[in-house]
Design a protein around this ligand. Structure first.
Ligand code: ADP
Ligand code: MG
Length: 240
């Protein structure tokens, strides 16, 4: 599981995370919502060690992400990440893109890596695009390719940072469907998202971030139906 205690993060003098306490259990789907600049992306970067922290701790499966001596590259293999826009390697086919990390990072043979890549491309519904270059894929297909690349490392956790925000509206659904499938399969997921329908339908819990504070967290029925925080209510009134 992921255990976050008293997490504080600054960029220079600007405090971006103001003491976050959060546990994410195996198999849980957590959606993180909140206004732009509230610290959602930074939270994900602190979880996978892409950003150093100033106070508190992030423990992933018993390992302190930010402790000296932690093998962060090894730990990061557990944490698949999908960004708003992921530029896959343009000179590699979809299959080669997905096979790359298993080969290089995990030391799989060429045949094994190919099998993994085929399996994960099938998983995200791109089985007919194995030998296509990224430039020939739609935005939604490129995001599904990014998901396949992350899955190819067999992560325990998947972190999504607004995976659908850069897509044309008609392409959002296919990516959300892929995320929904992963959730149904039991993947542990933290999804920073503006898709309130997804947050409501797919999440076990929803966390609302406001100016670096986790203002409220609870099941979707609570957050969307009976939020206790005025900030949460105001945010939701404006996004819907
Ligand atoms: P969100 O993802 O909720 O939109 P972010 O986590 O990206 O918010 O940003 C939180 C705050 O931290 C914002 O004020 C943003 O400008 C600031 N910030 C983010 N990344 C950096 C950085 N690398 N350097 C300085 N400030 C940053
Ligand atoms: Mg962000």
């Amino acid at each position: 599981m992921i255990e976050i205690r008293g997490l504080e993060k600054y960029f220079g003098a600007l405090q971006v995370l103001k003491g976050i306490d959060l546990d994410v259990a195996k198999g849980e789907v957590l959606s993180v919502i909140g206004a732009s600049g509230s610290g959602k992306s930074t939270l994900l970067y602190c979880i996978n060690g892409l950003e150093p922290i100033q106070k508190g701790s992030v423990i992933v499966d018993g390992t302190d992400v930010h402790a000296k001596g932690t093998d962060i590259n090894k730990l990061r293999q557990k944490l698949g990440m999908v960004f708003q826009q992921w530029n896959s390697f343009p000179h590699l086919t979809a299959l080669e893109n997905v096979a790359l990390a298993p080969k290089i990072v995990k030391g799989k043979s060429k045949a094994e890596a190919r099998d993994i890549a085929e399996k994960q491309l099938r998983h995200v519904g791109l089985d007919d695009k194995l030998n296509v270059f990224p430039s020939a894929l739609s935005g939604g297909q490129q995001q599904r390719l990014a998901i396949a690349r992350a899955l190819a490392m067999e992560p325990t956790y998947m972190l999504f940072d607004e995976a659908t925000s850069a897509l044309d509206p008609e392409l959002v659904g296919e990516v959300l469907d892929t995320m929904r499938l992963l959730a149904e399969e039991g993947m542990t997921m933290i999804c920073v998202t503006h898709e309130m329908g997804f947050a409501r339908d797919v999440s076990d819990r929803v966390a609302y971030f406001h100016q670096g504070v986790m203002e409220e967290i609870g099941p979707p029925e609570q957050i969307f139906g009976n939020a206790t925080s005025g900030h949460t209510r105001k945010f939701l009134a404006n996004v819907r």
